[in-house]
Design a protein around this ligand. Structure first.
Ligand SMILES: Cc1cc2nc3c(=O)[nH]c(=O)nc-3n(C[C@H](O)[C@H](O)[C@H](O)COP(=O)(O)OP(=O)(O)OC[C@H]3O[C@@H](n4cnc5c(N)ncnc54)[C@H](O)[C@@H]3O)c2cc1C
Length: 409
């Protein structure tokens, strides 16, 4: 019997892990072989980063072991992809792993923080994304909460990431350190969300005494953010959460990309022969409107399985199926155990919405990693709260992943 086709999945994020899970039956039946390639041995629950940064969650809650998430006969290859070769297709990884050859390739390499060309972001701010930066930022923010190292924190970006970080941090500061001022800089809060959600978010920020500064960053300098059209915001700690662009490796491989660096895919999520893409790094458009989807975990969780199923059909010479994303809404946590958002066409808010948001991530952890991941997530929470300084010691993260933008605060 000929060898089963070998699929490489580049990236063990939301799209990559959901894709691997979707191949379960074919994998168990031995009709396909899969290797998931990821820069480290953990899956990061990005939507929980704001809680992690504010000290409300520990590393054990936001990072799942890939040993739990990728089960045999699927393989995990911990390796840093340095180049994508669409012809073949192949991944060229940092030595000692080197070249990985597949019959088919699924790109799910996610996104990186975008500085939009604003000078000084790398040097004077911490951009949301890379795990080692997040760990360091959390330590600094927690130190700010318990000492007078910094008295002003500026969060740049009024999307859900910026709003969640500012509100969770302000919530944590209440009753711990009254002198810590949290400032949110953005031209608008939650642009594109329904008015009711935006109003709820603005009043939640106000109740938490987050100062909302309307403006666009022009430059980041030591201790301040200069605004377009004049004015500046002074802060000892600057967090950059202004937006993302696709992992630059995708644009570097020569396939056509959009202005956010996402690879163009057709209605089947195919970018090139035997090469499909999903999640933040792919420009999956709604066939009815022609509009690109927002980079969200829920979109990645739907597109990953659809893309890998089509890749398998492609390798078998079977007809492909068009991908249609279902919009299930978006929830934003707003501190004080509150959340708001949109489910279908309904604006929702309240404490039960915050519980729902956490349940969604817990369910995701259970889905990808089963009971073991769930137990570790709960144990991690207890362990991290007991001894935050020792978190994650067992899993060092390689530095310098191509496409990552080193930053410091
Ligand atoms: C703070 C924050 C809060 C968010 N909140 C929400 C929310 O509430 N709801 C929602 O729907 N979405 C939310 N999102 C967006 C969501 O997390 C992303 O859209 C989602 O993670 C995209 O999934 P992905 O699989 O495309 O990429 P990712 O989940 O980012 O996975 C990419 C994977 O590729 C790996 N990788 C990258 N480069 C390399 C390399 N060179 N070599 C090897 N491996 C590599 C990474 O390690 C990672 O495992 C949030 C994002 C952030 C940052």
């Amino acid at each position: 019997m000929a060898d089963p086709p070998h699929i490489l999945i580049a990236g063990a994020g939301y799209a990559g892990l959901a894709a691997c899970l979707a191949l379960g039956e074919a994998l168990q039946g031995g009709t396909v072989a899969v290797t998931v390639v990821n820069a480290d041995d953990r899956h990061l629950l990005l939507p929980e980063l704001p809680l992690y940064l504010a000290g409300e969650s520990g590393a054990g809650q936001v990072r799942l072991s890939l040993r739990d998430a990728v089960r045999p006969p699927a393989r995990v290859q911990v390796a840093i992809v340095e180049r994508i070769e669409p012809d073949g297709p192949a991944l060229i990884c940092r030595e000692p792993v080197g070249r990985l050859q597949g019959d088919g390739l699924l790109l799910t390499l996610g996104s990186v923080s975008d500085d939009f060309g604003v000078p000084g972001v790398r040097e004077h701010a911490t951009a949301i994304g890379r795990w080692d930066d997040m760990r360091e930022l959390r330590e600094r923010l927690l130190a700010d909460l318990h000492s007078s190292a910094a008295s002003r924190v500026a969060v740049v970006g009024g999307g859900f990431t910026g709003v969640e970080i500012a509100s969770e941090l302000a919530d944590r500061a209440r009753g711990v350190r009254s002198g810590l001022r949290i400032q949110l800089i953005a031209p608008a809060v939650l642009k594109g969300m329904p008015d009711a959600v935006r109003r709820t978010a603005v009043s939640a920020l106000r109740a938490l005494e987050v100062q909302v500064v309307e403006g666009r960053a022009e430059a980041v300098e030591a201790g301040r953010v200069r605004l377009q059209g004049g004015g500046q915001v002074e802060a000892e700690r600057i967090v950059w959460a202004a937006g993302v662009r696709a992992n630059p490796l995708v644009a570097q491989c020569g396939l056509p990309v959009n202005r956010r660096g996402q690879v163009q895919v057709d209605v089947h999520l195919r970018a090139a022969p035997h090469l499909f893409a999903a999640g933040d790094c792919a420009d999956a458009r709604d066939p009815r409107t022609g509009r690109s989807g927002a980079p969200t975990a829920q979109a990645a969780l739907q597109a990953g399985p659809a893309a890998v199923r089509n890749l398998l059909r492609d390798l078998r010479g079977e007809p492909l199926e068009p991908f249609k994303q279902r919009d299930r809404g978006l929830l934003i946590s707003l501190g004080r155990g509150e959340a708001a958002g949109q489910i279908g066409s309904h604006a929702v808010q309240g404490g039960d919405i915050a519980v729902l948001k956490r349940l969604i991530e817990t369910y995701h952890a259970y889905q990808v990693g089963g009971l073991r991941a769930l137990a570790r997530r709960l144990q991690g929470a207890a362990g991290d709260r007991r001894a935050p300084a020792t978190e994650d010691r067992a899993a060092p993260v390689p530095a310098g992943i191509p496409g990552d933008k080193p930053s410091r605060s």
